[in-house]
Design a protein around this ligand. Structure first.
Ligand code: MG
Length: 304
């Protein structure tokens, strides 16, 4: 089935979120911090691209963004409470059972050297303002209330990104997913809504300002780039190409944008079948993501 695979799934009442954010991550990973000329030449959606210099990244394999989103989703569907200890335990478990690249060097070494969430919490330096807490926040959007989304996003962010900038970037990413999943308004207004909600919660705002240029490592950059693209792209294919065309940390931009857009009823689901079918499908690959997102959606149904 050519593009019908994704279209059929999303055209029905059977949305996806984890698979599509993983496709965004895996596709974007081939272009992360690559030269603009490489991006311009290969950002065609005709397949997963081999990264020009990170040879540890295999085309079609997702990275840290998806692995940590899986950990978040697994805790959401479990009976365990939303605590730093349980979150850290899930982060460590997801990495240890399926070690992969893409994490920042320091965090990768830390994950390799700890054997429990408690140990991670004891040893991590949580003062980052980069995008790590935002890239994994998408699944939190399924929660039914804005206040819960803000609280859950902040609790998970503080484990590694205990700064105003790191926390608010995570909250903004989760709110964007929440807005789309629960059909709170037109797609074109998502950035404005996120901005209003975060200002109301005491945040600094600025989320509705259009982003342009290359995306650096700071959390606000990936999120604002994703929000800008979400507002202007009517289909997943244009969205994914637009996210990657920024250049820079584009796997994270694409992960955040697709986590939201994948559940929007206003976005045309037209990702090429080559990306759907080419996504890794090992133990924690596409089929696992499908099963996990089914559990997520049945536990937290969308507002009708
Ligand atoms: Mg990544």
């Amino acid at each position: 089935m050519p593009t019908g695979v994704a279209t059929g799934i999303n055209g029905s009442k059977d949305p996806t979120v984890l698979v599509e954010l993983a496709i965004g991550d895996a596709y974007g990973a081939g272009f992360e911090y690559a030269e603009a000329s490489f991006v311009a030449a290969h950002n065609t959606l005709t397949g997963y691209v081999e990264h020009p210099f990170h040879h540890g990244l295999r085309p079609g394999c997702y990275t840290d963004d998806t692995q940590m989103s899986i950990a978040i989703a697994e805790l959401l569907v479990s009976a365990d409470p939303w605590t730093p200890e349980n979150l850290a335990e899930r982060f460590v478990a997801a990495f240890r059972r399926d070690e992969r690249v893409g994490y920042s060097r320091g965090f990768y070494e830390l994950l390799r050297s700890v054997s429990s969430g408690v140990e991670l919490l004891a040893r991590v330096d949580p003062r980052s303002s980069r995008s790590g807490a935002a890239m994994r926040a998408g699944p939190i959007g399924v929660l039914p209330e804005v206040a819960e989304v803000l609280a859950y996003a902040a609790i998970q962010a503080r484990i590694t990104h205990d700064t105003d900038a790191g926390i608010q970037a995570a909250q903004a990413a989760a709110l964007a997913a929440h807005y789309c999943y629960h059909h709170l308004g037109p797609r074109s207004a998502v950035a404005r809504w996120v901005d209003e909600e975060l200002r109301r919660a005491g945040g600094r705002g600025g989320w509705a300002e259009p982003f342009s240029g290359s995306v650096g490592a700071e959390g606000w950059m990936s999120v604002r780039a994703a929000l800008t693209a979400l507002g202007s792209c009517p289909s997943l294919s244009t969205l994914l190409r637009t996210c990657v065309a920024y250049t820079g940390d584009v796997d994270t931009v694409a992960t955040i944008a697709l986590a939201a857009a994948s559940t929007s009823s206003e976005v045309h689901h037209d990702l090429p079948a080559v990306l759907w079918n080419g996504l890794e499908d090992g133990t924690y690959g596409r089929s696992y993501l499908r099963r996990l997102e089914h559990r997520l959606f049945s536990r937290y149904p969308a507002a009708s």
